[in-house]
Design a protein around this ligand. Structure first.
Ligand SMILES: [Zn+2]
Length: 396
């Protein structure tokens, strides 16, 4: 094995989580990553899960920090949010203005959070703008932050904004999200927990599972493969996913395609979850499927023993797609309802023990980091060399 395709030996069972949302809580709700939080094992959006101590305790060595500027559709679809944003200036600010500008501002905010954390706690976090930089950060004992974006609405309908995000170091983008955007429609991602709000007239958006990519969406996916930004089909309709697989097969660079945060259709028949055939398709592209820490998507009926379901899901992934397709994308701090035994990055410590009892050390390394490392190498073309000064990053 090439040493460049593994974490440094002393961190070999460290985790690269491919979907976390700390900035959703820090940027929109003013939460503090440095404080220690005590999140419960169910939907509870008012606390944080990805605080620094939890990341360290769980042995998270790198994570995709996914920027998400909430779609304006929430204001028409969910009237309580319309009321909340009237009284909370931070929330109002996120909903106002151009989504691309807000996303850029969120990335600036994250840089500032990292600066403050490092000033107080010593060097613990750093943004990685290439795989080499990520491995250097991990080797020095710090946690690497990889930049990621959820939803093509952040481009404000302009493909040049994709290039700007790429130059800034963004390695990954989920094309759809919670409401239709310029690129495509989406599946219904709101769990049954919100059914009481549905009865009050909320979450009534139209869902078109038979819709695919728009012309803009096709151009966007092509451009992501060209540039080297990892294409993620989480939240996409089955037809949209098929169209992305077709584009991937026809594209000269044969980039991996991923699902960053899902359960599996065989264990939970939700239209967002990949079918057995799709697990094989993703594996064939060289991609990964990141298992989500959210009870609603992991099993139907919902089970409380989340880690058992995670282990069953891994077995199923291996059966359908092989051991190189397994990854973790917890969605911690993404307003999710996690299982009681997998409710924060801290619980990766228990998961690690369980995995090492059941699988070989080589397999555990693959699930936690090496499969993602491969996807980063094949799917991401970093914009600049690791030593290039930050001043070279273009401004919007
Ligand atoms: Zn998501």
């Amino acid at each position: 094995m090439d040493h460049r395709d593994a974490l440094p030996a002393e961190h070999r069972f460290g985790v690269i989580d491919i979907h976390m949302h700390p900035t959703l809580k820090t940027f929109m709700l003013g939460k503090n990553m440095m404080a220690r939080h005590y999140p419960p094992g169910f939907f509870f959006p008012l606390t944080m899960r990805t605080d620094l101590d939890a990341l360290l305790a769980g042995g998270v060595k790198a994570f995709f920090s996914t920027v998400y500027i909430v779609e304006k559709d929430f204001l028409t679809d969910v009237w309580p949010i319309r009321m909340v944003q009237r009284v909370l200036p931070r929330v109002r600010h996120v909903f106002s203005g151009d989504p691309f500008e807000r996303a850029w501002e969120c990335l600036d905010h994250q840089d500032e959070c990292i600066r403050q954390i490092n000033a107080r706690r010593g060097p613990v976090l750093a943004v990685a703008r290439s795989v080499e930089e990520m491995l250097e950060i991990i080797a020095s004992g710090r946690i690497a932050v990889l930049l990621s974006v959820e939803g093509a609405h952040h481009l404000s309908g302009n493909l040049e904004n994709l290039d700007k995000l790429h130059r800034r170091g963004v390695c990954h983008m989920i094309v759809p999200h919670l409401y239709p955007n310029e690129a495509c429609w989406n599946v219904d991602a709101f769990p049954d927990d919100v059914n009481w709000l549905r009865r009050l007239g909320c979450f009534r958006q139209e869902i078109r599972l038979d819709s695919g990519l728009t012309d803009f969406g096709r151009a966007l996916v092509e451009r992501m493969f060209d540039l080297g930004i990892i294409v993620d089909v989480t939240h996409a309709t089955p037809r949209c996913r098929k169209e992305v697989y077709d584009i991937q097969r026809g594209h000269a660079k044969r980039r991996p395609v991923i699902f960053s945060h899902v359960g599996l259709h065989a264990l939970c028949a939700h239209p967002m979850n990949p079918t057995n055939d799709e697990i094989r398709t993703i594996a064939d592209t060289g991609g990964v499927i990141g298992l989500i820490a959210m009870s609603y998507y992991l099993s139907k009926p919902i089970r409380k023993d989340g880690l058992n379901v995670i282990l069953e899901s891994i077995d199923h992934l291996i059966r359908c797609g092989g051991e190189d397709v397994v990854a973790f994308g917890s969605d911690f701090d993404g307003f999710t309802g996690p299982p009681p035994d997998f409710k924060s990055p801290r619980d990766y410590a228990v998961l690690r023990e369980r995995l090492l009892k059941k699988y070989s050390e080589d397999q555990v390394e693959k699930f936690f980091s090496r499969n993602v490392l491969r996807v980063l190498r094949e799917g991401w073309t970093p914009p600049v060399t690791a030593s290039a000064p930050v001043a070279e990053v273009a401004q919007p």
